[in-house]
Ligand binder design. Structure first.
Ligand code: KG4
Ligand code: ZN
Length: 375
């Protein structure tokens, strides 16, 4: 079954063709980074306009890469939420119109479910290529960690229908998502946008124990997350100090160069700034790993999925592998291209839903807030 996936929940317009939820025939992503860069974050109205400009060429590109026409796909899967409502509507309405006019089955996919399916899809691709990796089997404790979300779910195969998956939410961020904290700290330090990949690279040159941020304490559900306090702690370390003056200079310099390389950026950072960056990243990563392992322990599952843009983070990957090795857990990550927003994960999730008998009709609509599973 060839499924065309469409994703437009935030700042990437994406379309992909996936065969049987297991083989990526094409994956096209139009990033809006250049549009939002100067604002240090996604501007919703600009995002919607960009999606409108890109949706048709991106879908065409996905069909072209897969050597097929839109008429030959078997079904469509579109992201229905959560996300920016104007952005979501562009992909959803486009996909719905295509499906209805072509008489093809259609399903709506929760964006977070898509991120979880990215892990299953990656695992199928690696195994089909003969790579010596274990099967990523459910039940799994899943951490979805991106610019918009930091959530823990238990994903399990439903006993009611083949291919159906049930999700129970165990924890979520009460304020900033982890990726949002990376982006805001990078903005505060005049490093550029998006902050996650920049901090990831620069942190390698700093001392992760240079600044002691302490552990993040949570009242109530200890599987919830909170990163705004850490972000504020970074702000207090910077405000009114030499670090603030340095950040201002860096900001002025960055306005004069189009896309500085990491070595260039590093040369514009003092050791104190690099230590601050490394310590911030370390505090976020330690918190994510600790709460995820605690959740896996509570649920008595040994399989852990980590997905979403922040899953690209090299320290996060390293710490998860270190923390799980020899502890009876196994951690699975998608490749970086499948970790950040893409439509292959939406097509793969859609395939499972279609196989489980789900179909969406004319009433399918977008939801800015769209909880996944039971709480
Ligand atoms: O999943 P995604 O593409 O979009 C959302 O659904 O939010 O995630 C984007 C987020 C951004 O906040 C970006 O800074 C972060 O993922 N990110 C990273 C890294 N690569 C992307 N954060 C930390 N380290 C990275 N290497
Ligand atoms: Zn996402």
């Amino acid at each position: 079954m060839l499924v065309l996936g469409i994703e437009s929940s935030c700042d990437e317009t994406a379309a992909a063709v996936v065969a049987d939820g297991a083989e990526i025939r094409s994956s096209a992503v139009a990033s809006q980074v250049l549009t939002h860069e100067k604002y240090g974050g996604v501007v919703p109205e600009l995002a919607s306009r960009e999606h409108l400009r890109k949706i048709e060429p991106v879908v065409e590109e996905a069909c072209r890469q897969a050597h097929l026409t839109i008429r030959t796909v078997d079904a469509l899967a579109v992201t229905e939420g959560p996300g920016l409502i104007g952005s979501l509507l562009v992909g959803l309405v486009y996909g719905k119109a295509l499906a209805l006019s072509l008489g093809k089955p259609l399903v709506g996919v929760n964006h977070l479910e898509g991120h979880i399916h990215a892990v299953l899809l990656e695992n199928k691709i690696l195994r089909a290529a003969g790579k010596p990796v274990r099967e990523a089997a459910l039940p799994a404790l899943t951490l979805v960690v991106s610019g918009g979300h930091t959530s823990l779910f238990l994903a399990a195969a439903s006993s009611h229908a083949a291919y159906a998956i049930t999700y129970s939410q165990l924890g979520r961020s009460r304020d900033d998502a982890a990726g949002e904290a990376f982006d805001k700290v990078a903005k505060l330090l005049g490093l550029g946008y998006p902050g996650g990949p920049i901090i990831d690279c620069l942190a390698r040159h700093g001392n992760p124990q240079g600044v002691d941020f302490g552990r993040i304490k949570m009242r109530g559900n200890r599987l919830d997350f909170s990163f705004s306090g850490l972000k504020t702690a970074v702000l207090y370390r910077v405000r009114g100090t030499e670090l603030a003056r340095e950040a201002e200079e860096r900001r002025a310099w960055r306005r004069t160069v189009e896309r500085p390389g990491h070595d260039d950026l590093r040369a514009h950072c003092s050791q104190a700034t690099l230590d601050l960056i490394a310590s911030f990243q370390n505090a976020v990563v330690e918190d994510l790993v600790e709460r995820t392992l605690a959740a896996a322990d509570i649920c008595r599952v040994d399989t852990i999925f980590v997905s979403g843009g922040v899953a690209c983070n090299s320290l996060l990957r390293q710490r998860f592998f270190e923390a799980t090795r020899g502890q009876g857990f196994e951690a699975f990550f998608p490749s970086p291209a499948l970790s950040t927003d893409n439509a292959a994960m939406i097509a793969a999730a859609g395939y499972y839903k279609l196989q489980a008998g789900e179909r969406a009709g004319i009433t399918l609509t977008a939801h800015a807030s769209h909880p996944l599973g039971r709480r």
